[in-house]
Design a protein around this ligand. Structure first.
Ligand SMILES: NC(=O)c1ccc[n+]([C@@H]2O[C@H](COP(=O)([O-])OP(=O)(O)OC[C@H]3O[C@@H](n4cnc5c(N)ncnc54)[C@H](OP(=O)(O)O)[C@@H]3O)[C@@H](O)[C@H]2O)c1
Length: 251
């Protein structure tokens, strides 16, 4: 039975991915900081799920906790680097620097911690799959997306570079790049707990759901092992790139 490790398993995409992969017959390790949420998920998902409370930004903790994984949850064949967040939507000149640091630490540094730790084992076994959660924000600039979009551009390029380094090995890498998705805590986190402001983002939009993303992951991991989807950009029909803006001075 293949074993998957999913970061950001306490809510949103991560939680839905854990549910779907368990349903598909995988063993799943769910990582997030909130132990209570993981515990609840463990009670729902049963013995094939292992709750692993962990802050992905802490390199030493990542390494020591992963080394102590129960034998029945090793080796890890599938890594889903999903933990991530956006903080704030202010223009760069008004943004909170601490928000920028947290986004870099989580979306970039956390993702490379897990990858750096697990990739050598995959190479040794010549088998594995890394799925990263990028974003359309890594491709299309939008107002207030400054550092968040830049972290996702890192994830996009890192995914492509991994493919290059892994040429000749039976290890697959995909960057999933979603657009507007609701039913997660993403906007509640972005607006620092202002739930009204978060809800307004999704008003009147038939958005992508966590289950849509989980079904996509399920499809990817169940494709034949000779087949690699390098990147997958997904938007709700209600969203599109809407052109470049021009500022005109009034005389
Ligand atoms: N929703 C969207 O519209 C959207 C669109 C494109 C891309 N994405 C990306 O998709 C991913 C999942 O987003 P989501 O919408 O599902 O958001 P979410 O509901 O807020 O989930 C984020 C998850 O990341 C975990 N996390 C955050 N910091 C962590 C840390 N330091 N260590 C371990 N876990 C951490 C959170 O758990 P704890 O708080 O318990 O640690 C939570 O489980 C993110 O990478 C996001 O950037 C989202």
């Amino acid at each position: 039975m293949n074993i998957a490790l999913v970061t950001g398993a306490s809510s949103g995409f991560g939680q839905a991915i854990c549910r779907k992969l368990i349903d598909d017959g995988y063993k799943v390790i769910g990582v997030a900081r909130r132990a209570d949420k993981l515990q609840k998920l463990a009670e729902e998902l049963g013995a094939n799920f292992c709750a692993l409370p962990l802050d992905v930004t802490k390199k030493d903790a990542v390494e020591s906790i992963l080394l102590q994984l129960p034998k029945e949850f090793q080796p890890i064949d599938i890594l889903i680097n999903n933990a991530g967040l956006a903080l704030g939507l202010e223009p760069a000149y008004q943004a909170n620097y601490e928000d920028w640091e947290i986004m870099v630490q989580t979306n970039i540094v956390g993702l490379i911690h897990l990858t750096h730790h697990l990739l050598p084992g995959m190479v040794e076994r010549n088998f594995g799959y890394i799925i990263n959660l990028g974003s359309v924000a890594g491709t299309y600039a939008y107002k207030g997306g400054n550092v968040y979009g830049a972290t996702k551009a890192f994830v996009k390029q890192f995914s492509a570079n991994l493919r290059t380094d892994l040429l000749g090995k039976k290890i697959r890498v995909t960057n999933i790049e979603p657009g507007l998705c609701g039913g997660t805590e993403f906007s509640n986190v972005r607006f620092h707990g202002n739930d009204e402001q978060a809800a307004a983002v999704y008003e009147g939009v038939d958005y992508i759901t966590p289950e849509d993303i989980a079904n996509t992951v399920s499809w990817l991991v169940n494709t034949p092992t000779h087949f690699n989807v390098n990147a997958l950009e997904i938007m709700p029909v209600a969203q599109a790139s809407a052109g470049l803006a021009v500022y005109k001075e009034t005389k």
